[in-house]
Design a protein around this ligand. Sequence first.
Ligand SMILES: Cc1cc2nc3c(=O)[nH]c(=O)nc-3n(C[C@H](O)[C@H](O)[C@H](O)COP(=O)(O)OP(=O)(O)OC[C@H]3O[C@@H](n4cnc5c(N)ncnc54)[C@H](O)[C@@H]3O)c2cc1C
Length: 392
Amino acid sequence: MSVHVIGAGLAGLAAACALTDRGHHVVLFEAAKAAGGRARSYVDPVLGCRIDNGNHLLLSGNIAALSYLHRIGAARSLAGPAEPVFPFIDLQSGRSWRLHLNQGRFPWWIFSSSRRVPGTGLRHYAALLKLRRARRQDLVADLVGRGPLYRNLLEPFAIAALNTMPDIASAAPLRAVLAETIERGGAASVPRYARIGLSESFIDPALEWLSAKGADIRLGERVTALNPAQATVLAVPPWIAASLVPGLTVPDEYESICNLHFRHSLGQEGFWGLIGGTTEWVFARPDMLSVTISAANRYADIDNDTMAARVWGELSRAFNLPAEMPLHRVVWEKRATFACTPAQLGRRPGARTPNPNLVLAGDWTDTGLPATIEGAIRSGNNAAAALLQPIG
Ligand SMILES: Cc1cc2nc3c(=O)[nH]c(=O)nc-3n(C[C@H](O)[C@H](O)[C@H](O)COP(=O)(O)OP(=O)(O)OC[C@H]3O[C@@H](n4cnc5c(N)ncnc54)[C@H](O)[C@@H]3O)c2cc1C
């Protein structure tokens, strides 16, 4: 069968690879000149070097993402610590600490005061049990929003995973993430990120793999109408899908992510969570310090210079850096993900449409997961499976 895959973000690439692997001929259309969508690397003219549009963190329990990398021959392109360790710095107290999970499923780390979250006792971890019962209408903050475990771990983790503030975010997708990672133990919770860049890990090897297997890749070709008789995976952002498929209900509220890239070498590689400030996650690469701030709609009124000065001030305090701000770049992704609220979750369609020739993919489709790399890749796999197994 010949299949048109529209959109070469991670969802479209995953669908294209799954279909190609099953012996189908894929024609992949991508509107932009480069593939990757919201997970891409590019040369930034101000910084004079290649950067990712945003830092992306995975966990070793993201099995669809890791299988995808394995399939395209890029499994070894990720970096990260050997252990399930998450270093944190509290900007208010100045205290540094590390969350260190144990490898196995039973959470021994909770019983060790040197390994668990500062200020927490055993009783605080009952919040994790509450999350196990989360339903779509339950809000993260209502369910678990109190105490040191929330401030020092669940809140930053929820904001990063859901890209939505916990007072409006549904707890159900957070529960899905935890079930596949921390609840499966430290072995499923080891942090992972692209060693060189997102494109080098997730995009370029996929394009090479697809080309080698005979797929037809058409970059810079925007699809403006669908042929109902053509087998098609539509893997575009939700607002584009809604414009191409009349009557399709999609999420229609978005959250932004702000990334700041500073041309500064910390002298070590790694990543840190920062608590109690504007800066949330810091990634240190050989010649760059990059910061991610999720659910960033709340900072939309702050201009880039003010934001950069504030974040550099926090980095200076946390890592004892010079006060003078180095060359930097502030990158906003305005529609980074859909807002992970109960109402928006209700607008996520499944992979199938009334037309068996047309299936949907994208991190906004109903995977049960938030809008993440794992969700996008899983949506692509789901779409390929739905196309190959029409109902009836
Ligand atoms: C700044 C930032 C940080 C993030 N951090 C993380 C993280 O730490 N961990 C994590 O797991 N996830 C993270 N994410 C989320 C992750 O990047 C996304 O979930 C994922 O990349 C979405 O992939 P997608 O294929 O669903 O959509 P997209 O990447 O949006 O792909 C859609 C593609 O369709 C193309 N297209 C649009 N219209 C047409 C058309 N008419 N014809 C042809 N092509 C078209 C677009 O150009 C695009 O390439 C982050 C996202 C952002 C923006």
